[in-house]
Design a protein around this ligand. Structure first.
Ligand code: ATP
Length: 297
């Protein structure tokens, strides 16, 4: 029966790729009930990316007209760099990611990828350039190999093995009696939070996107697993444009640039050490989190 369904699977690939992006995004940002707000312009071309720079140019946005969430936000994530967004709860961090993935369009201002306004290209092509590693990934009731291969149509066996190796889940898979054929999900083998996250990383690696959107809120993992995953993510994000939404500052201290968002405005911008010297909101958040972590230990 499974054999019968494979060709259908292939036909539905484009749909599923978009859906997977949405499922991952939903898992990442509670988007389950998000209405479809944007559509492609008639005849919109596909996005072609040579240098994956992300630019927010005076972006104003509110979910409701009477309540503005982002107030003319301007920043750039240079191609290949690693930028983190931090800030108090409700500051608008996830909103930035939702806009980049084009779940909504800004009311004013523009978002550009490689200099192209993302409202002028197809959503499918935009999303095909962005890999999402959510904290809590969704696995399909299928084999672990299928769950990784899902990242890209026509992924070859060696691509899947290479992705699993880079995501540091290959040794785990090789120890399973059925290897990549092991059924996972509801009816199959239950994976731990860390293993699930590695499958999500491998899936993203198979897709090989130039832009990565990370949710580094790895609080569901124990601290050793968290450190291991962070190390893997660091390798994976090297040479890609990476935007990380961070709740715990210790996970992004080595970012090339940290944007500190407060009430939908950029309050501070700099590296970890620059922001500590500045002694503002970031330094305050850092001191508070360090004290909390020391208390837990
Ligand atoms: P956290 O750190 O708690 O995840 P955040 O900085 O990611 O917060 P956002 O999720 O971007 O914050 O939310 C920014 C503001 O937008 C919040 O006040 C939130 O209540 C509001 N908001 C988020 N999603 C919606 C929505 N779908 N409809 C209306 N308001 C929303």
């Amino acid at each position: 029966l499974t054999q019968l369904f494979r060709p259908l699977d292939m036909l539905g690939w484009v749909y599923r790729t978009i859906r997977q992006g949405i499922i991952d995004m939903a898992a990442m940002f509670d988007l389950i009930d998000t209405p479809v707000e944007v559509s492609d312009k008639p005849g919109a071309p596909a996005l072609v990316v040579k240098r994956p720079t992300i630019t927010f140019d005076h972006v104003h946005f509110g979910y409701e007209p009477e309540r503005t969430i982002l107030h003319g936000l301007t920043f750039e994530v240079p191609a290949g760099s690693n930028v983190a967004i931090v800030g108090p709860s409700g500051a608008g961090k996830s909103t930035i990611a939702r806009l980049l993935f084009r779940f909504y369009d800004p009311q004013k201002g523009r978002i550009l990828v490689d200099g192209k306004d993302i409202t002028t290209v197809t959503q499918e092509s935009l999303r095909s350039h962005i890999g999402i590693v959510p904290q809590d990934s969704v696995l399909f009731n299928d084999t672990i190999g299928y769950n990784i291969a899902y990242g890209r149509e026509g992924a070859e066996e060696e691509d899947i093995i290479a992705a699993a190796r880079s995501a540091a889940i290959l040794p785990f898979i090789e120890r399973l009696p059925d290897g990549f054929e092991t059924e996972v999900g509801e009816r199959g083998l239950k994976l731990s939070g860390g293993e699930k996250q590695r499958v999500a990383i491998a899936r993203t690696l198979v897709k090989d996107p130039p832009i990565l959107l990370l949710d580094e809120a790895t609080s569901a993992l124990d601290s050793r697993t968290e450190q291991d995953i962070l190390r893997t993510l660091k390798q994976v994000s090297a040479h890609r444009t990476t935007l990380a939404i961070a709740h715990r500052l210790s996970t992004i201290a080595d970012a090339d640039r940290i944007l500190v968002l407060d009430h939908g405005r950029l309050a501070e911008i700099g590296t970890h050490s620059e922001l500590l010297r500045y002694n503002g909101l970031y330094a305050e958040m850092w001191a508070r989190q360090q004290a909390e972590e020391a208390a837990i230990e």
